[in-house]
Design a protein around this ligand. Structure first.
Ligand SMILES: [Fe+2]
Length: 202
């Protein structure tokens, strides 16, 4: 099946059950792939590889809903999954870590009155998180990005941002940091991004 650009029309055609099946199937495949890639890769963690902090910017809203999927009826944009682990600098997975994500819609607009494309979750026993969402749009002055807050239990909050590779605006963005580039796999039906957060923990 070709990669789908989901909009209101295709959502109506899919129906809620079909959409959930579509996302479940592709997300399962995503997680399986992620697991394999993680198992084969040299762990990207250590004192010199801790995830750097970045500004939250002016559009953070506290108390977002707890959910893995930020997709809501009526959304438009290209569906994608962002997944990975939260690790200590000793490469130990951190269970129960908060992962709070917020980003724009596909037109580059934040929802500052509600919680559209905002949500938080807690990592599982293997330190894993998974966010089902869309590719965010771009707004003036910034390249494409996600905003993220990560917090290990009883530890300080890390606020940062994640970036997409091969974005022309990356090199013009005043905040862009290549250390915060996600690994993005476009070879499957659903775009799959991976990023592991490495936290300094006491
Ligand atoms: Fe932003």
């Amino acid at each position: 099946m070709p990669r789908q650009r989901l909009n209101r029309r295709t959502l109506l055609q899919l129906g809620p059950v079909t959409l959930v099946s579509f996302l479940s199937a592709t997300c399962s495949r995503s997680l399986n792939n992620t697991t394999r890639q993680t198992a084969q890769a040299t762990p990207a963690c250590g004192d010199d590889l801790m995830t750097p902090s970045q500004t939250a910017g002016p559009f953070y809203t506290p108390d977002s809903p707890e959910r893995q999927s930020l997709l809501e009826p009526g959304f438009s944009g290209t569906a994608m999954v962002l997944a990975g682990q939260v690790l200590s600098s000793q490469c130990v997975p951190i269970a129960g870590a908060l992962v709070d994500c917020w980003h724009t819609d596909d037109q580059g607009n934040y929802d500052n009155s509600g919680y559209r494309f905002r949500g938080h979750q807690f990592t599982d026993a293997d330190g894993r998180y998974q966010i089902e969402t869309i590719v965010p749009g771009i707004y003036p002055g910034r390249t494409r990005h996600f905003h993220i807050k990560v917090q290990a239990p009883n530890q300080p909050v890390l606020t940062t941002q994640l970036y997409f590779p091969e974005e022309p605006a990356n090199q013009r963005d005043f905040l862009f940091n290549p250390v915060l580039l996600m690994a993005v796999d476009n070879s499957n039906d659903l775009k799959q991004a991976t990023f592991n957060f490495v936290l300094e923990t006491a």
